[in-house]
Design a protein around this ligand. Structure first.
Ligand SMILES: NC(=O)c1ccc[n+]([C@@H]2O[C@H](COP(=O)([O-])OP(=O)(O)OC[C@H]3O[C@@H](n4cnc5c(N)ncnc54)[C@H](O)[C@@H]3O)[C@@H](O)[C@H]2O)c1
Length: 369
């Protein structure tokens, strides 16, 4: 099978390797892989203790299960479950994690496993990066967003009251184990969130993949191809990370839709649209604007909007929100004092970076009256 080809009915576990010199690591993808977790671990040369960080939702479904698989293989385990949600990704969550690690007498030879969505992955990764100046960690992502995006690439962080991900570092996991079957319990809203990122990969560098996504009627159809969808996305993410681990160039393409998306989230104080919904609106709006300016192939935004609609994602930004969103773009620390680098589509499947200013987003076409 060719790389990135989506094929029905293929159930073999896949292995990708993120090549980052001494920080290289495997991504294992396959249905039922959680049961094979213990078989994968010797390759990572872990110590005898494994600390599992999770949240209460994920814990209820997969906490006992994961711990049982590890204990049956002879590992000593300890599990810490936190409140679900973005509010947990703050500094106040760190002391209880460090205390639990100390109580468990976890050393630099032992392993921390993050079992959860992007919140647990980012927070647990940051805890692993800082406890004892760094202990090995492994990601077992359980949300679609985490399986196709956040678990790969080593960006770990916590939020500050002033904004998301403001304190963090690059700290690569030792491995990522992805079991698409875990998505069966993921609520619809979070499934849609992840689909926004899946669609994003198609938009920025894989028109054929986008076409296949357009042929999927709904979540059930997407689930039947989920291993292949995740593999395609992880392959793309892996390429960007290998080319630009520190996010200084190539990797910025992954921000397609995110400048406006982040501003939508911030202007709603993170209580309105979810991240995926905001990114979907951001991708659609920026493409409408750039198409109107002759910077994007005509007809691109219409096809993009149709795919977003198909997966229940919003694609219109109400004009009534324009002042608050523009203010959020201007006050975003990442956009201060310099030109704004945005990601535009040349056409579906091909993106490029474009230097502009916040005024770019004032264009009428980006907003729905
Ligand atoms: N590190 C990166 O590169 C990167 C990239 C993108 C996003 N992120 C971060 O990811 C976070 C968002 O991640 P998220 O959307 O996964 O949010 P999340 O971790 O809050 O998970 C979403 C919800 O789904 C629940 N859940 C997860 N898996 C489940 C399952 N299998 N069954 C039932 N419920 C399940 C969680 O308990 C939570 O309520 C943000 O903090 C964002 O900043 C990081």
């Amino acid at each position: 099978m060719k790389e990135n080809e989506v094929t029905a009915g293929c159930r073999e576990p896949r292995k990708l390797q993120v090549e980052l010199g001494a920080n290289s690591y495997p991504i294992w993808i396959g249905e039922g892989l959680l049961d094979q977790l213990a078989e994968k671990l010797p390759a990572l040369d872990p110590g005898s203790k494994i600390f599992i960080l999770t949240d209460h939702h994920v814990d209820a479904f997969y906490g006992d299960w994961t711990e049982r698989v590890l204990r049956e293989a002879g590992y000593l385990t300890k599990r810490l479950s936190l409140e679900p949600g973005e509010a947990t990704k703050g500094f106040s969550s760190l002391p209880p994690i460090y205390e639990a690690l100390l109580e468990f007498q976890c050393t630099r030879k032992d392993l921390l496993i993050t079992l959860g969505g992007g919140v647990i992955g980012d927070l647990g990764g940051f805890a692993a990066a800082t406890y004892l100046r760094g202990i090995p960690f492994m990601q077992i992502p359980t949300s679609l967003l985490a399986q196709v995006d956040s678990s790969v690439g080593g960006k770990v962080a916590v939020d500050l009251p002033q904004g998301k991900n403001l304190v963090g570092c690059f700290y690569q996991p030792k491995a990522v184990l992805i079991d698409p079957l875990l998505l069966q319990t993921l609520p619809d809203r979070y499934f849609r969130d992840g689909m926004a990122e899946v669609i994003k990969y198609g938009c920025i560098r894989d028109a054929a993949f986008l076409e296949r996504l357009a042929g999927l009627a709904d979540r059930m159809a997407a689930m039947s191809l989920m291993t292949e969808i995740i593999e395609t996305c992880c392959n793309h993410k892996k390429s960007y990370v290998e080319a630009d681990e520190r996010d200084l160039g190539e990797r910025m393409h992954l921000n397609f839709g995110h400048t406006l998306g982040h501003a939508i989230e911030a202007s709603e104080h993170y209580e309105g649209h979810s991240h995926g919904e905001a990114v979907a609106m951001g991708m659609a709006a920026i493409t409408r604007i750039s198409e109107n300016m002759g910077l994007t192939h005509p007809g691109t935004s219409e096809i993009l909007e149709q795919i977003l609609r198909q997966f229940g994602l919003p694609y219109r930004v109400p004009a009534s929100q324009k002042p608050a969103i523009l203010a959020a773009i201007s006050s975003d620390k990442k956009n201060l004092g310099r030109t704004l680098k945005v990601v535009l589509l040349k056409t579906l499947g091909e993106s490029y970076l474009w230097d502009t200013t916040a005024a770019f987003f004032e264009a009428e076409e980006g907003w729905q009256n």
